[in-house]
Design a binder for this molecule. Structure first.
Ligand code: HEC
Length: 159
């Protein structure tokens, strides 16, 4: 599942925008990642990485993830995960992309000495990352007109 290369075509097509964007990012310095309060969610072990979302369908996780997404991801991936074209549209990532998702969020994306996306490992907890994933699951359902009740049914604790 190589989504990166598909996306790259778009990036090259918009080369000018991207160069402008990275200049702007440098000018503003590093953006400090925002702490995420995940209290109330089942806490996950740090350092032992899961490859599947343990919070899928959990409404509280979706709410926490929505705010964490807004603070940490929206500036590149767009408000409510609707891409403005500078970074991939995350609503396309169905549940089969959990492992891919967590890998990207942990490590970010660097190429040729450029940081396209910052690494979040060490600044966001595993709990926070999966809460964001839970929110993106919801946006994926909405984007594809899938029945949200079916998503909420998957919550482990039925919440
Ligand atoms: C500074 C801008 C920036 C920020 C902030 C950012 N990303 Fe990204 N992200 C990107 C770019 C650009 C790519 C595409 C990189 C490439 O060329 O492969 C990307 C790729 C991804 C991918 C792979 C998507 C795909 O379809 O291949 C995921 C998943 C992702 N980001 C999740 C996140 C999440 C979750 C957050 C917030 C915790 C976040 N990103 C924050 C810029 C950003």
């Amino acid at each position: 599942m190589n989504r990166t290369s598909n996306f790259l075509g778009g990036v090259f097509a918009m080369g000018c925008t991207l160069v402008f964007l990275s200049g702007a990012a440098l000018a503003h310095g590093d953006v400090v990642p925002q702490a995420v309060d995940t209290e109330g969610l089942k806490s996950l072990p740090e350092g032992e990485w899961l490859d599947e979302n343990p919070y899928r369908g959990n409404k509280q996780a979706i709410e926490i993830g929505s705010s964490a997404y807004g603070q940490n991801c929206a500036r590149c991936h767009g408000l409510e995960a609707v891409s403005g074209g500078i970074a991939p549209d995350l609503r396309e990532l169905g549940p089969e992309y959990d492992d891919y998702f967590i890998g990207k969020v942990r490590g970010g994306v660097q190429r040729n000495g450029m940081t396209y996306m910052p690494a979040f490992e060490g600044t966001l907890s595993q709990d926070a990352m999966w809460a964001i994933r839970a929110y993106i699951d919801k946006r994926h359902y909405e984007y594809n007109d899938k029945d949200l009740a079916k998503l909420y049914e998957q919550a482990e604790d039925g919440s």
